[in-house]
Design a protein around this ligand. Structure first.
Ligand SMILES: *Cc1c(COP(=O)(O)O)cnc(C)c1O
Length: 359
């Protein structure tokens, strides 16, 4: 890294200078099992339809700032309760930022459990918002009494709960999440990035709690490259957040392509079903390897613990397989690695390489 010039040093906020940029490793040539991407291509017929749509797309024009038909389609697919609406984001990462910006009054706090999705804390830092992390239990379940106590003490304006959680993969107790929503004086956002692989959702409860929003993304369902996420909830909240949204946050091409893909939602759901099926097999095979402890998952990835995790991670990399090394991050993730459930041949190669490394 080049030394920081005095000018930059004087002007850029110190907490930004202290940050490490979100690291995305070069993955060319690797079997890529590090980022929860869907490994399956689309059927050729659908690709052709997309090509036709894209070739006629008015990319010389600004996109529709609030594409009503696309939002309606999403609301329909979600069976959104009466009176609930959606707000689109450039991935759900952008929505986390909008939410934090909206409630960041002087002294306001963002609360999340840990370990969880790192962007909650990072975005709080970006915008100069106070952040409080509440540790999960050793088995990565919620520590309900500690969480309720932190909510009472900190009075957070904003709480994020990833449901299922990333990077641990488990689904928190629904009953405990309900208790957290009820006890929270601020907004609670249930982040359902992995909804397509999970057995439960808070969408049906939206109408019940005025301080609840559900956030989802299509990234883990085969559209990571499109950058499209959304918030579902009452227009009371969404209208305010919409004012903060940069006017053209979702481009012409993502709008068109997502619209087409959602017309063929069943194709994506079938891929998700295959991934869930393969998750069970992968869990089973991983847990048979001596010295490996695998955690239950309702997402499209598995977290596992293994001695000398960083050496194992590097061994996999040398064998052309990229997963995520969580060792050295959060103390509860010592010796933990996270692997995305890939296509069957990718999972085979991952398991074979791991067996070779531990042999
Ligand atoms: C991947 C992920 C997101 C972000 O997804 P986008 O690609 O920005 O839509 C949000 N929350 C969790 C828990 C995730 O794992």
């Amino acid at each position: 890294m080049s030394p920081v010039s005095p000018l930059v040093q004087r002007l850029v906020r110190p907490e930004i200078q202290a940050l490490h940029a979100y690291h995305v490793p070069d993955s060319r040539g690797f079997i890529k099992l590090d980022a929860m991407e869907n490994p399956y291509p689309l059927p050729q017929g659908l690709r052709d339809e997309i090509a036709t749509l894209v070739s006629a797309a008015p990319i010389n024009l600004y996109p529709d700032p609030s594409p009503a038909a696309l939002k309606r389609k999403i609301a329909e697919l979600l069976s959104l309760p009466e009176g609930m609406e959606v707000l689109l984001g450039n991935g759900s990462d952008e929505l986390i930022q909008l939410l934090a910006l909206a409630v960041n009054q002087p002294g306001a706090t963002l609360l999340a459990v840990e370990p969880s999705f790192v962007m909650y804390r990072m975005i709080a830092t970006f915008i100069g918002m106070r952040y409080v992390g509440v540790p999960l239990r050793d088995d990565f379940s919620l520590d309900l009494s500690a969480t309720l106590e932190a909510i009472r003490r900190e009075q957070p304006a904003l709480v994020f709960l990833a449901y299922p959680n990333n990077p641990t993969g488990n689904l928190f107790s629904a009953d405990e999440v309900h208790q957290i929503i009820v006890a929270s004086p601020g907004l609670v956002v249930v982040d359902e990035a992995y909804y397509a692989f999970a057995s439960d959702s808070f969408v049906p409860h939206l109408a019940r709690y005025p301080n609840l929003l559900v956030m989802r993304t299509f990234s883990k369902l085969g559209m990571a490259g499109l950058r499209l996420g959304f918030l579902a909830g009452s227009s009371d909240w969404l209208q305010q957040l919409d004012k903060l949204r940069l006017p053209y946050n979702v481009g012409v091409l993502p709008q068109l392509v997502a619209g087409k893909l959602l017309e063929h939602h069943e194709v994506l759901l079938a891929q998700a079903a295959q991934i869930k099926f393969d998750r069970v097999k992968l869990f089973d095979r991983l847990s048979r390897i001596a010295g490996v402890q695998v955690y239950a998952s309702e997402a499209n990835f598995l977290l596992f613990r293994i001695e000398n995790a960083t050496a194992v991670f590097n061994g996999l990399k040398q064998r052309g397989i990229l997963i995520k090394n969580l060792n050295g991050g959060h103390p509860m993730l010592t010796d933990c690695l996270r692997v995305t459930v890939g296509a069957p041949d990718e999972n085979d190669r991952f398991i074979a390489a791991l067996q070779e490394i531990v042999a």
